[in-house]
Design a protein around this ligand. Structure first.
Ligand code: UDP
Ligand code: MG
Length: 344
């Protein structure tokens, strides 16, 4: 039988929080889903023993399942792996560090039962370093300004999605994933629920500055061509400025006005144009590297082993053309919980 609710938890070296997480999450799911749930831990190449802990969870209660990656593929890839195998009628995504309070899932489920397809959490307050809060605030606001989709402000990945939405997300196989953007992009009936984001239960943040920047770039680039268009505008502005300077030079010459002919101004112009050109090349490079990523069609993640979810050898879907109807779900066989899927 299909579970009602699947909860996906990406785990990267979260040894200290996993047990507490299970203790807080289980009673909520027992109550809201009538015990019909599955919890999918996606171990993103942890090296601190988190993998053994989640395998233990599975041994004592088969509703807890685990997927182990062959190395660290990142938070977004881990979420996707969970979506690929989740069997529930509704699927929740949340962090494993207890920054997303499990209690909010009750409210999510209530709204979902009332007919919302996507219920996402909106951070009213976050208990984090000032620079991080500022960076997030700037990111969400610039993202909203330049992107083609209507991204809700201050909404992270913490959400609950209906099966139809999950199936749609699973069919999108782009490599530079910005799930909260894709989630808005697919549409359906969406609603936000406000909450206060807690501090981490234990341990250090696993998102490094570099990973966060990469995620922000995937957001900008995946949902906006505006940075590319900037080249046109900057180019036009520079050309106009150059034209005005030329007019001024002709005028001073004709009118016999003395004007200094130092090289400083020339250098300034050269450096300005040079800078703009390099900046634009850099931006084109960012888009190009992502295009290159997409055409190589490497899998989003590689699974080393799993507990409670049976995965076929080519389950990662490397090189499969999903556009031609090769839905990745066909490459997964669910050992427990779901009906086995036919390969063709
Ligand atoms: N995480 C992951 N892979 C990574 C980095 C993070 O699976 O490469 C997981 C991590 O274990 C946590 C969640 O993603 O469950 C959010 O990470 P973190 O708390 O470091 O991010 P922050 O809350 O600072 O945005
Ligand atoms: Mg966190």
């Amino acid at each position: 039988m299909r579970p009602t609710i699947s909860v996906i938890l990406p785990v990267y070296n979260e040894r200290e929080t996993l047990r507490e997480l299970k203790v807080r999450l289980t009673p909520i799911l027992e109550e809201c889903a009538g015990g019909s749930f599955e919890v999918l831990f996606v171990d993103d190449g942890s090296r601190d023993g988190s993998d053994l802990i989640v395998d233990d969870f599975h041994a004592s209660d088969p509703r807890f399942k685990a997927i182990h990656f062959s190395r660290n593929f990142g938070h977004q890839a881990a979420l996707q792996a969970g979506l690929d195998v989740a069997a529930g009628d509704a699927v929740a995504l949340m962090d494993a560090d207890l920054q997303d309070p499990p209690e909010l899932i009750e409210e999510f489920i209530r709204r979902w039962r009332q007919g919302c397809d996507v219920v996402y959490a909106v951070r009213k307050k976050r208990k984090e370093a000032l620079w991080k809060r500022a960076a997030y605030a700037i990111f969400y606001r610039t993202m909203k300004a330049i992107s083609e989709i209507d991204v809700p402000l201050d909404a992270g990945d913490f959400c609950l999605m209906d099966r139809r939405v999950v199936d749609t997300l699973v069919s999108l196989r782009e490599r530079n994933r910005f799930l909260r953007g894709l989630r808005s992009w697919v549409g359906f009936k969406q609603a936000g629920v406000e909450y206060e984001r807690d501090a981490r239960h234990a341990g250090e943040p696993k998102y490094t500055m570099r990973k966060l920047l990469g995620l922000a770039l995937s957001g900008y680039i995946g949902f906006s061509a505006m940075p590319l268009r900037m080249a046109t505008w900057l180019g036009l502005m520079a050309a106009l400025a150059g034209f005005l300077v030329a007019l001024w030079a002709v005028y001073t010459k004709l009118a016999g006005i003395y004007s200094p002919r130092g090289w400083a101004s020339t250098m300034a112009v050269i450096m300005f144009i040079g800078g703009v050109q390099l900046l634009m090349l850099g931006i084109i490079g960012e888009y190009l590297s992502r295009v290159y990523d997409e055409v190589r069609r490497r899998p989003l993640y590689i699974v080393r082993s799993s507990a409670g979810v049976e995965i076929c050898a080519n389950s990662v879907g490397a090189g499969e053309d999903f556009a031609e109807g090769n839905h990745p779900a066909r490459y997964w066989r669910r050992a427990t919980g779901g009906e086995p899927l036919a390969r063709n």
